[in-house]
Design a protein around this ligand. Structure first.
Ligand SMILES: NC(=O)c1ccc[n+]([C@@H]2O[C@H](COP(=O)([O-])OP(=O)(O)OC[C@H]3O[C@@H](n4cnc5c(N)ncnc54)[C@H](O)[C@@H]3O)[C@@H](O)[C@H]2O)c1
Length: 245
């Protein structure tokens, strides 16, 4: 029997990258996996490959959050795990950040996580069980001069995680944040604006000497969704090859 057998798990931004890796790993461990994303064709393909479900969702849409959770609970009977994984990244320092950029990045990376936690908590508190995993970043652990709004949004995710963990702990709902370093997904293409040697420069700062794979983050997400982490809540789990050690 898989470690996540019987658990119903929702992963936002699961059409590709880390979200898709998380979906594959959870499904392989027996979970009933729901993937949501803006990318319909990619999301449907991931869901079909793992025998899961796909729903089109923009995480910034408040009313859609309730519809998504309702559909999951009506179809699958519960909601045991939520991974707030959807996010965007943009290289732009504070002095060049437009208000539009700032609002767009925080709307998806920060407000989307708040809406997701709030919608899921309603169901999880009623069940008296659940695990919420918020994907922050190492940019939520220290300054991020080249990605100001992104860093702000990921610090907010870290803080919201702790407040939500304190609020929901008495209802047996756990909330933790994951802080990936440099992970090989399409998001890394944003670094190209920093010059052709940027990958070498980034790797030089990683004690393990290489960038990470999406599966190396999903292993930790998996742990936090599983009962193996049943006494962990309100904390940061860093997956960065030692970059912020
Ligand atoms: N790749 C890295 O190096 C890295 C490092 C630290 C943190 N992260 C975080 O990990 C998470 C996953 O990123 P990834 O590396 O897999 O990148 P990715 O770009 O491959 O995946 C992000 C996914 O989120 C979806 N998405 C974006 N906006 C959305 C919205 N409004 N509603 C629904 N879905 C939306 C995208 O369509 C995409 O499928 C993000 O939160 C990102 O900030 C990534």
């Amino acid at each position: 029997m898989g470690q996540l057998e019987g658990k119903v798990i929702l992963i936002t931004g699961g059409a590709r990258g880390q979200g898709a890796a998380e979906a594959r790993q959870c499904a392989a461990a027996g979970a009933d996996v729901w993937v949501t994303d803006l990318l319909v064709a990619d999301g449907e393909k991931v869901a079909a490959d793992i025998g899961g479900h796909f729903l089109e969702q923009d995480v910034t849409n408040e009313s859609l959050w309730n519809e998504v959770i309702d559909e999951i609970v009506v179809t699958s009977g519960s909601l045991d795990g939520l991974v707030n994984n959807a996010g965007i990244f943009k290289i732009v320092p504070m002095t060049q950040t437009t208000l539009d950029d700032y609002r767009r990045i925080t709307e998806i990376n920060q407000t989307g996580v708040f809406l997701g936690m709030r919608a899921a908590a309603k169901q999880m508190v009623a069940q008296q069980s659940g695990s919420i995993v918020n994907i922050s970043s190492i940019a939520g652990l220290s300054g991020a001069a080249s990605a100001f709004a992104y860093g702000a949004s990921k610090w907010a995710v870290r803080g919201m995680t702790k407040s939500a963990a304190q609020e929901l702990g008495p209802s047996n709902v756990r909330v933790n944040s994951i802080h990936p370093g440099i992970i090989e997904t399409e998001m890394l293409q944003q670094f190209d604006v920093l010059g052709p040697d940027i990958r070498d420069r980034l790797t030089a700062n990683i004690p393990l000497g290489r960038t990470g794979a999406a599966e190396e983050v999903s292993e930790v997400v998996f742990f936090l969704l599983s009962d193996s982490s049943r006494y962990c809540t309100g904390h940061e789990f860093v997956v960065d090859g030692g970059m912020r050690a």
